[in-house]
Design a protein around this ligand. Structure first.
Ligand SMILES: NC(=O)c1ccc[n+]([C@@H]2O[C@H](COP(=O)([O-])OP(=O)(O)OC[C@H]3O[C@@H](n4cnc5c(N)ncnc54)[C@H](O)[C@@H]3O)[C@@H](O)[C@H]2O)c1
Length: 261
């Protein structure tokens, strides 16, 4: 992958930062995009980018069309090409359906869905030139419905279908588009919405009995970008410890538990 260039959105921390580091280890230059909201202590982008290597820190909000256009222009100006777009930036806002007012709904959709649409559309002319690829980061919440995430789950389900739309249309230009659906990963995003009780319940529901790490998700993202995945497009891979595979995943039905009795 040496000599290629990636744009990673939401790169200041969590899965985006881990993906950035893995790309750099593979010889890929990275435009790290994150919005700058000092009041929310999200001005971590400059800090994260310091001493990392061949990176460009871009403090843009990917839900705003003008910012997305600037993101592409700045990346082109610095690196001259765009090979990979990782649409990773996301927000989680968990709450009951009746308390999800339109403002909260729109805030989730603006980043999680509009942002993926805008960044992909803006990057397409550059990806056509390089025969590059897009990886969208969805969630197991987009695969299986659950409580408290009417906006988040719906936005992620839409990202999974958007991936297929993009793959269907961009294939003829040699652009591959795939999607990763992470299970729970202990990042700031998850910490804000996962109580101790939720963490324990996830451990029970996941066949591997644990959360994933940022690096485990980054590995799948970078694999999908690599030439090793050259005939893979329009796919969704759940990196979730087996969560999605378990329909009747009752903890009480575990072999280990039966052995105990
Ligand atoms: N952590 C999990 O358990 C989990 C599970 C499934 C899916 N995901 C998905 O993985 C992705 C990364 O999540 P994470 O856990 O690393 O979260 P995180 O909160 O640690 O990092 C997300 C980053 O995105 C940035 N961001 C948010 N909105 C933005 C916008 N409009 N413009 C630019 N940057 C923006 C944030 O500032 C933050 O730095 C998200 O799409 C999330 O929905 C996470």
């Amino acid at each position: 992958m040496t000599g290629r260039t990636a744009i990673v959105t939401g790169a200041a921390r969590g899965i985006g930062l881990a993906t950035t580091k893995l790309f750099l280890a593979e010889g890929v230059s990275v435009a790290m995009v994150d919005r700058d909201v000092p009041a929310l202590e999200e001005a971590a982008l400059e800090e994260a980018a310091r001493n990392l290597g061949d990176v460009l820190a871009l403090p843009y909000d990917i839900s705003r069309p003008h910012a997305v256009a600037a993101m592409i222009a700045d990346t082109r100006a610095r690196f001259g090409r765009i090979d990979y777009l990782v649409n990773n930036a996301g927000v989680a806002d968990f709450g009951p359906l009746e308390r999800t007012d339109f403002e909260r709904w729109r805030a989730v959709m603006a980043t999680n869905l509009d942002g993926v649409f805008l960044c992909s559309q803006a990057a397409t002319p550059e990806l056509k030139k390089t025969g590059g690829c897009i990886v969208n980061v969805a969630s197991i919440s987009g695969l299986r419905a659950s409580t408290l995430r009417v906006a988040y789950g719906t936005s992620k389900a839409a990202v999974i279908h958007l991936t297929r739309q993009q793959a269907a249309e961009l294939g003829e230009y040699g652009i591959r588009v795939n999607c990763v659906a992470p299970g729970p990963v202990r990042t700031k995003l998850a910490a804000a919405v996962h109580t101790r009780e939720i963490v324990d319940a996830y451990h029970d529901a996941i066949p591997l009995n644990r959360y994933g790490s940022e690096e485990e998700i980054a590995n799948v993202i970078v694999f999908l970008c690599s030439d090793k995945a050259s005939y893979v497009t329009g796919q969704m891979i759940a990196a979730d410890g087996g969560f999605e595979a378990t329909g009747v995943g009752l903890p009480a039905l575990r072999a280990a538990r039966l052995d105990e009795t």
